[in-house]
Design a protein around this ligand. Sequence first.
Ligand SMILES: [Zn+2]
Length: 321
Amino acid sequence: MDGYILGIDIGGTKIALGIMDASLHLVDRREFPFDPALPAGEIFTMLREQIDSCLKTCSLCPAQITRIGIGVPGIINKDGRSLKFAANAQLLNNFPLYGALQTLFPKALIIMENDANAAAVAESTLGAGRGFAHMLYCTISTGVGCGIILNGKLFRGSHMAAGEIGHMIVYPGGEPCGCGGRGCAEAYAGGANYPRQIRRRIEAGEPTVMAELAKKHGRIDGRVLGEALTLNDPMAEEIFDGICACLGLLFYNIYKLLNIDCYVLGGGLTNLGAPLFERIHSHFQALRTGVDTMDEVHFLPAFFSSAEIGVYGAALVAHTL
Ligand SMILES: [Zn+2]
């Protein structure tokens, strides 16, 4: 590959960008927050200024950028040039970002990609999934999403929407999910949902240190759960085990379908560290039977931090164009 890659990761309130050289080193990286209430044109002007500043820092001219990857938190249209739907990327709603970037970089190849898919490419190319022909990257954060690599290549599905595993149903008729369904994996493991279960139990009068910790931190989240676990809080242990059981079941079903032997996990919940990986693995193993149990299956922490994976993912997706 000749030239440099520009990677742009778009979130709901911040954009990160970076320039990658031909040997896949990130030579400059930056991010800036923006007010999502601003008109898209103004946000694009800010993005353009940051791109100019990045180019200047690296002593590059626009013609030296030969590929551009844009990571977005939504589903992409089949042409890879526009977004079909993103709940949290106001900048992209009706804004012709692809065309605007093509005007700035007329000769560059440009691709948009779902951010979880882009992250899977990053982990597969340079991260924890390196060396595995088949791997799945799963982010467990507010929501649960994933990117699937089969035979070393990103698998996008017929409608570019593969990997929506957060909405695979693990417990039919179970907890309500933000998608409108019930019993989705995300309704148990997603940071937008499991705190609801904790609150419900606190309100019902069950004792837990999480009631006090929630007051201290102002909310119930993964940090509260993590602190309660270190204090051996029984309710925290039950909730934690429930999350891991749900994920173990989810990965077991995926494993039975695709026989993927490498699951790279990232996102806020993985701050719980080794106990999380061990417990998910143990629930996964408990479901396996017979000769199947002989084959090794890996659950690995993501190599890239959540702060850096977006830009690496966007740039590496463009690299594989
Ligand atoms: Zn759902």
